[in-house]
Design a binder for this molecule. Structure first.
Ligand code: 5GP
Length: 194
């Protein structure tokens, strides 16, 4: 069991509706020492990739991406959730449906901060159905940038996102993959990784 799986076992709470609450260390209160370990681990896994930019999505991706950027020594761009419509031309845009909040958001990234010269690592906290990730991938494609890989903290392996993204041929490194979880007993089973 790796450091993140151990922490999820200790402090994660399994909720009804396939939701894993990790707000005591990941996406509300943040354990920066843990984030540093995550950043180091992604750096180790993507050591051979010529990454020059990290892309994430607000809000909960920002903290982990910011800490990870220390190890890659590259800037972080975060996709903003936006209601405004009068932005065509200056922005890349994508539609993202939120798994936890059950609503649709438009996310935007300024064309100033992403372009064909960029080699991008996408980082996010969770991968469930993959909607957030598909939105970020679409933004990388619109920019004509190269997607070097995707770093996820917690993948819920029993939802479709990870399978879909891997089948598309992207390099996806999830630090913890939850194979199954039970809201009644609180039991969490992780997928074996090398
Ligand atoms: P997806 O778009 O892959 O369905 O969901 C990804 C987003 O939904 C993540 O960025 C995360 O904010 C949120 N999310 C999905 N599943 C969970 C969960 O089990 N727990 C928490 N805390 N957030 C989740």
């Amino acid at each position: 069991m790796n450091f993140l799986e151990k922490r999820i076992r200790e402090d994660g709470i399994v909720k009804e509706g396939n939701v894993l609450k990790v707000d005591s260390f990941l996406n509300h209160q943040m354990d920066i020492r843990l984030f540093k370990q995550m950043g180091q681990e992604w750096k180790r896994r993507f050591a051979d990739a010529p990454i020059n930019k990290i892309l994430t999505i607000e809000a909960s991706g920002i903290g982990i991406a910011a800490v990870a950027s220390e190890y890659f020594d590259v800037p972080v761009v975060f996709a903003k959730k936006s209601k405004s419509i009068n932005i065509e031309g200056e922005m890349y845009t994508a539609e993202v449906e939120s798994f936890t909040h059950k609503c649709r958001n438009q996310v935007i990234v300024s064309k100033k901060f992403l372009g064909p010269e960029d080699h991008v690592l996408i980082i996010d906290d969770f991968l469930a159905n993959g909607c957030a990730l598909q939105g970020l991938i679409s933004i990388v494609q619109q920019a004509g940038a190269s997607l070097e890989g995707i770093g996820i903290a917690v993948e819920k392996g029993f939802q479709q996102g990870g399978r879909v993204i891997r089948n598309l041929g992207y390099r996806l490194e999830s630090l913890a993959i939850v194979e199954s979880m039970d809201a009644q007993t609180g039991e969490i089973v992780f997928r074996e990784q090398d």
